[in-house]
Design a protein around this ligand. Structure first.
Ligand code: FES
Length: 265
């Protein structure tokens, strides 16, 4: 039996065996080759030439897999060793942006939001005040004019102003003197008569009792002014409380006297 073996150089990974033995012998040699190749390199592949076997001379080729070192070179393009691993940079993700343009953008958004909220609030308040404002007819009724020339001396008229009664009394000189001679210390709500009138002959007061809101009767009571029959309060000709449960003088409204025209409100 002749065995020709050619072992390729280390760069070649193919081991070729040529033999003239019979097919059985060749199989035996293949088995031996497989065992020999597998012991050092792992798996092995073989091919048999059909022509060679038929002619009595068979060629068996063993092709071995690359060595472990070569596999490593095939799997990676980098040489093994420290410092060869490339680590990606995360600098863009870890950058501190607190002091750059992001802060300006945050301030801009806050300012824009505040401006919009302010505009919305202003619009709402304006609409609310517009709806709540008094209408023209209500404003016209806010002031009441009275012709003083039509009120005789010593008489009192009652007019309606903003839904409330208002007494306008044309006082005599005797009544004026009587109002100014009162001892203020004896009054429940001390007040000078001169502080309650613009012109002494004209006394203007809201005709509502300061106790519980009844309307006093005119030119009556113990002091010649007004009397509240609800609980017995007496007011003098200046509208000041003199006797009874009422705690305060009757209210003097805002008014203006121009000639014979009295404008209340
Ligand atoms: S309401 Fe006038 S005295 Fe009571």
């Amino acid at each position: 039996m002749t065995l020709t073996g050619r072992l390729a150089a280390s760069a070649a990974s193919t081991t070729r065996f040529t033999t003239n033995v019979s097919r059985a012998a060749a199989r035996a040699s293949v088995s031996a080759g497989v065992v020999g190749g597998g012991s050092g390199e792992g798996s092995a592949h073989h091919r048999s030439s059909a022509a060679g076997v038929g002619a009595g001379a068979s060629v068996t080729r063993f092709t071995t897999s690359p060595t472990v070192a070569k596999q490593q070179r095939f799997m990676s393009g980098y040489a093994a060793g420290p410092g060869t691993t490339k680590i990606p940079s995360f600098a863009d993700y870890t950058k501190d942006r607190s002091g750059d343009s992001s802060r300006a953008f945050t301030y801009f958004m806050l300012g824009a939001s505040g401006a919009m909220v302010t505009a919305a609030a202003q619009s709402s308040v304006h609409g609310f005040l517009t709806n709540m404002a008094a209408s023209a007819d209500v404003l016209a009724m806010a002031k009441t004019e009275v012709d003083l020339a039509s009120i005789p001396l010593g008489k009192t008229v009652t007019i309606k102003w903003r839904g409330k009664p208002v007494f306008v009394k044309h006082r005599t000189q005797e009544e004026i003197d009587d109002a100014n001679s009162v001892n203020l210390k004896a009054l429940p709500d001390p007040q000078e008569d001169s502080a309650r009138v613009q012109q002494p002959e004209w006394m203007v007061v809201v005709g509502i009792c300061t106790h519980l809101g009844c309307v006093p009767t005119t030119d009556s009571g113990d002091y010649g002014g007004w009397y509240c029959p609800c609980h017995g309060s007496h007011y003098d000709v200046s509208g000041r409380i003199r006797k009874g449960p009422a705690p305060l003088n009757m209210e003097v409204p805002e008014y203006v006297i121009e000639g014979d025209k009295l404008t209340i409100g």
